[in-house]
Design a protein around this ligand. Structure first.
Ligand code: KG4
Ligand code: ZN
Length: 356
């Protein structure tokens, strides 16, 4: 079964072709058009601009994905599209495009939850895993046993318990900023380029992780909720103080230390909460996905946690950590295979607040 997949939930315009066979599914092509250049001057995503760029880029992206997979339109069996959660105006471009294709071609349409897409990105191959079962190959059968997913991106910080395919429970989330947002805002205070995560990560390599005492909000609370607003405010006050003390030039030399200390704080909170949630639920398989899961320090610390607590931790291949249609095609295939249900091309609507 071949799936044409479309993803426009935030600021990446993406189309992909995936092929599923039994419990295996692979990505044949995955075209991702980044809008970083459109939004960087604003230091964050501007929804109206994102939607306009999606409208311009989605058809060329679909054409390119079909060409790269060497699939004519006639050889696709279904169309999968992200219908939530995300930005309403962005989601609508993808959903309405998919509906138009479905109507014109008669192909069935599969509405996909964006979070489910991030979770199943680990099925694409190239997964990086640590811990006791790290060697075992992942296929859809993996999801017949309980797992815990940490989804960390610019818009999400969620802990989802997966009982089996199709059975999910949110057990934790952020009360304020998402983890990626925390990276982006700290980066902005340090005068680094948007998006801030990669910039912080690069500088942190040359910084001391214990140079500054950055708070780890809610790290020791008994629940599985996150909060990053306090950390951000703390860094803001520290930056102002250090600038006064050292002057702009002197301050510049401190940036790697601040980056490293902030990165450490964010990563430690994510790992502590995830590990506690896994232990409390008797789960030993952990999936970490979303843009922030590209972070090398996060991967390193999760690797240590895997050995300390006897977990197996799975990360998607780097190219699939951010938003992309390949992961939507995988989730769409699984939905068709395991539920046999398709959506109605006339009534499917974008749902910015979609939950499981
Ligand atoms: O999944 P994604 O591409 O888009 C959203 O759905 O938000 O995630 C983007 C987020 C941004 O906040 C970006 O700063 C962060 O992921 N990010 C990183 C790294 N690469 C991307 N954060 C920390 N370290 C990285 N290496
Ligand atoms: Zn995402």
């Amino acid at each position: 079964m071949r799936i044409l997949a479309i993803e426009t939930s935030c600021d990446e315009t993406s189309a992909a072709v995936c092929e599923g066979d039994g419990d295996s599914v692979r990505i044949l092509s995955n075209v991702v058009g980044s809008q970083v250049a459109t939004h960087e001057r604003y230091g964050g995503v501007v929804p109206e601009l994102a939607a306009r760029r999606h409208a311009e880029m989605i058809i060329p992206a679909i054409k390119e994905a079909l060409a790269r997979a060497q699939e004519g339109y006639a050889r696709v069996d279904a169309i999968a599209v992200t219908y939530g959660p995300g930005l309403m105006v962005s989601l609508t471009v993808g959903v309405e495009t998919a509906k138009a294709f479905s109507y014109a071609s008669g192909l069935p349409i599969i509405g996909v939850n964006h979070i489910e897409g991030h979770i199943y990105s680990v099925l694409a191959g190239g997964v990086v895993s640590y811990g006791k079962n790290a060697e075992s190959e992942l296929t859809a059968r993996f999801f017949s046993a309980p797992a815990l997913a940490l989804i960390v991106s610019g818009g999400h910080t969620e802990l989802v318990k997966i009982e089996r395919y199709g059975s999910y429970e949110y057990i934790g989330r952020t009360r304020d900023d998402a983890a990626g947002e925390a990276f982006d805002k700290v980066a902005k205070m340090l005068g680094l380029q948007y998006p801030g995560g990669p910039a912080i990560s690069k500088l942190a390599v040359n910084g001391r992780r214990d140079a500054y005492d950055i708070p780890r909000p809610m790290m020791d609370s008994d629940d599985f909720q996150f909060s990053f607003a306090g950390l951000k405010t703390h860094v803001l006050y520290s930056v102002e103080k250090l600038k006064k003390e050292y002057g702009e030039d002197g301050f510049r030399a401190l940036i790697p230390d601040i980056a490293a200390s902030s990165e450490e704080a964010i990563c430690e909170v994510l790992i502590a909460k995830t590990a506690r949630a896994a232990l409390a639920n008797g789960i030993s398989s952990i999936i970490v996905t979303g843009g922030v899961s590209a972070n090398s320090r996060l991967r390193e610390l999760f690797r240590e946690a895997a050995f300390a607590y006897d977990f197996t931790v799975y990360f998607p291949q780097l190219s699939l950590t951010g938003d992309n249609a390949g992961m939507i095609g995988i989730a769409g295939y699984l939905k068709a295979r395991y539920t046999g249900k398709y959506d109605d091309a006339f009534t499917l609507r974008a749902n910015p607040d979609l939950r499981f």
